[in-house]
Design a protein around this ligand. Structure first.
Ligand code: AHM
Ligand code: MG
Length: 353
């Protein structure tokens, strides 16, 4: 534990100072996201008291999922805090079908912001932790404004990623590829203060997190993997404990700090899984990798996948490398038909992109 008080602003600034070519743009962008996190946290805390922000908004997003009022609030807050800063050329949100264009006058920035404004939002009304996930790419096209090609980049090219978790305390975790750092919001002063410096996912892991209620839909490899985690199949090791909140950010956060694996696998009826590659999986895989862990789609590294569409979904296995690689092993052994089908989809996708 450091003896000095480090605000998130100071931390980001000091990290960026090491790069002489840094303009301060990324620092400011991350700081704007911290501000968005504080505003969403404040609204989330009052959700149980205020019917104007609690419950369903009466609308659906592009996946046909019911939007919560707080989904809509979080989405518009992130957009409004970032649409006029000259730092971004485009944004993409889980809640919108197309990329979000920045007003022409401001849209000449060097970065692209992708976000899931409120992950796990179906849990808000029952007071369970939710979170905001974000990922930042550098603009790669030559034109003045951002295009879909700037958004559809593999996760290995990310410049930064992170999340805010609105739980018993509010935290912001971020990485720019140089360690994963965690800050806790001190509500009395409204500042994120460094509380978890240079997070490394611990060994040995303790937990596995998945929706086992869907086992019927799983392929044989995923079922065998789960039996292995339970210590039933294989070498008969002690079982890992099951923890599934149904709010990925909360499950991921626990496993990042205490060790474990979260998985939302492919299913017979959903061979591409549920989790969104661009707004969820890339960011978390980048964080996991920078904390010594690993994120896979069951075949290989999520960060190598070249996306072909904005709302592409992916199976996700993420956490301690040893546990994720074990999932890949079971899938390779038992789910060859799915591997062939999914690999073909990925390769075709790369050509289309
Ligand atoms: P969301 O971004 O619409 O909230 O969906 C993602 C969420 C994850 O947070 C969570 O792990 C999963 O969906 C829960 O899905 P299920 O209810 O099928 O287990
Ligand atoms: Mg989500």
């Amino acid at each position: 534990m450091s003896s000095k008080i480090v605000t998130i602003e100071r931390h980001i600034f000091e990290k960026q100072k090491r790069f002489p070519q840094a303009t301060g743009e990324l620092t400011a962008l991350l700081y704007d996201l911290a501000l968005a996190g504080k505003m969403i946290a404040a609204e989330t805390r009052r959700a149980g008291l205020n019917s104007s922000i609690q419950g369903a908004a009466g609308t659906t997003n592009i996946y046909g999922e019911d939007q919560q009022k707080l989904d809509v609030y979080a989405d518009s807050m992130i957009f409004k805090l970032n649409d006029h800063t000259n730092r971004l050329c485009a944004m993409a949100s889980e809640e919108h079908e197309d990329i979000l264009q920045i007003p022409a006058h401001y849209g000449k920035g060097n970065y692209v912001l992708l976000f899931d404004p409120l992950d796990g939002s179906s849990n808000i009304d029952v007071n369970v932790s939710v979170g905001t996930i974000f990922a930042i790419h550098r603009k790669i096209t030559k034109g003045e404004t951002g295009t879909l090609a700037d958004v559809l980049q593999p996760g290995k090219r990310l410049v930064a990623a992170g999340y805010m978790i609105y739980g018993s305390s509010t935290m912001m975790i971020y990485t720019t590829g140089d360690g994963v750092h965690g800050f806790t919001l001190d509500p009395s002063v409204g500042e994120f203060l460094l509380s978890h410096d240079d997070i490394r996912i611990p060994e040995p892991p303790k937990f596995y997190s998945c929706n086992q209620g869907y086992e019927k839909q799983w392929t044989y490899g995923v079922r065998r993997y789960t039996k292995w985690l339970q210590g039933i199949d294989g070498e008969g090791h002690a079982p890992y404990s099951a923890r599934y909140i149904g709010s990925m950010i909360a499950d991921f956060h626990r496993n990042l700090l205490q060790g474990g694996v979260y998985y939302y696998p492919h299913e017979m009826s959903k061979p591409q899984g549920k989790i969104r590659l661009l707004m969820e999986a890339q960011a978390l895989a980048f964080i996991a990798q920078n904390a010594g862990g690993y994120g896979s789609d069951g075949i290989g590294n999520i960060l190598d996948v070249q996306p072909h569409k904005l709302h592409q979904r992916t199976p996700l296995f993420i956490g301690n490398r040893s546990l994720v690689e074990r999932a890949e092993h079971f899938i390779r052994q038992h789910d060859q038909a799915w591997v062939d089908e999914y690999r073909a989809y990925r390769e075709q996708a790369a050509v289309e992109a």
